[in-house]
Write a protein that binds this ligand. Structure first.
Ligand code: GLP
Length: 249
């Protein structure tokens, strides 16, 4: 196996989740305002909600997102875009509807239809857009990125995956009561994520400290998908003191 160079993320630790959201939103806004055709990779989950709220506020204050094209990391398989647990629905409510992005410019993988066809088409659409310039990323408690669970290959591409039971339990809170969390999802692969020019990883709360420690201490390993980020030369890690407390970078 050829030896690959390893990198450390550029770390910024801030006092509170609010300060983290403000900083990450600033970085995204600078990117959007300085590119002619900004292509964003976007994430879901609880952590980026405050970031989207700040981007929406920036839009109300005058920032335009009309030139932006975006690609979300993942979607539950079997859910249509109107399902309350679907990431397409989350993105619509928290971001796309709040800004002036053009119709059809906010891409979320489709959870319906033939997943292999959808996966190939999604990769092709990212390539047609010129690739992702800035990828916003969260991290799962088990170190997953997107829905790449432990064991995922570092060169994996967009595909259908089986969710870990721990992920289904952790995400059950985002589903209406009495609704099952799907067992499968379609996700950008780790290889797809690593092709972004720049990756902004955001984490808040002490519960994420172990996953961050596993990601950045010790050699990259498939046991912790986020450890693949050590192979990327331009990762920015923005977290609060709780999430950072086991880091020594
Ligand atoms: C989900 C998403 C990930 C996200 C992770 C953490 O499973 N697929 O992209 O990073 O959960 O979510 P949270 O921010 O809610 O902890």
């Amino acid at each position: 196996m050829t030896q690959r160079a390893l990198y450390r993320p550029a770390l910024q630790v801030l006092e509170s989740p609010e300060a983290v959201a403000a900083e990450v939103a600033q970085r995204i806004l600078r990117f959007v305002e300085t590119r002619a055709r900004p292509v964003l990779g976007l994430a879901t989950g609880r952590t980026p909600l405050a970031v989207y709220a700040r981007l929406a506020a920036a839009h109300r204050a005058g920032t335009s997102f009309a030139a932006v094209e975006s690609f979300n990391l993942d979607e539950y398989f079997g859910l249509g875009p109107a399902h309350l647990g679907a990431f397409a629905c989350y993105m619509q409510r928290h971001f796309f509807e709040q800004v002036d992005m053009l119709a059809g410019h906010g891409h979320v993988p489709s959870g319906l239809g033939d997943p292999a066809l959808e996966a190939r088409a999604y990769e092709a659409t990212i390539a047609e857009a010129g690739g992702i310039g800035l990828q916003l990323l969260g991290i799962g408690l088990n170190g997953h990125i997107g829905f790449n669970e432990p064991g995922s290959d570092f060169d994996s591409r967009t595909r259908i995956v089986t969710l870990d039971e721990s992920t289904r339990r952790a995400n059950a809170k985002d589903f209406p009561e009495g609704t099952e969390v799907p067992r499968e999802a379609i996700t950008m692969g780790i290889g797809t994520i690593l092709e972004a020019q720049r990756i902004v990883l955001v984490a808040t709360g002490e519960a994420k400290s172990e996953a961050l420690h596993a990601a950045f201490h010790g050699p990259p390993s498939r046991g912790c998908p986020a450890s693949a980020l050590q192979l990327h030369p331009c990762v920015e890690l923005v977290c609060d003191v709780g999430a950072a407390h086991r880091l020594c970078l």
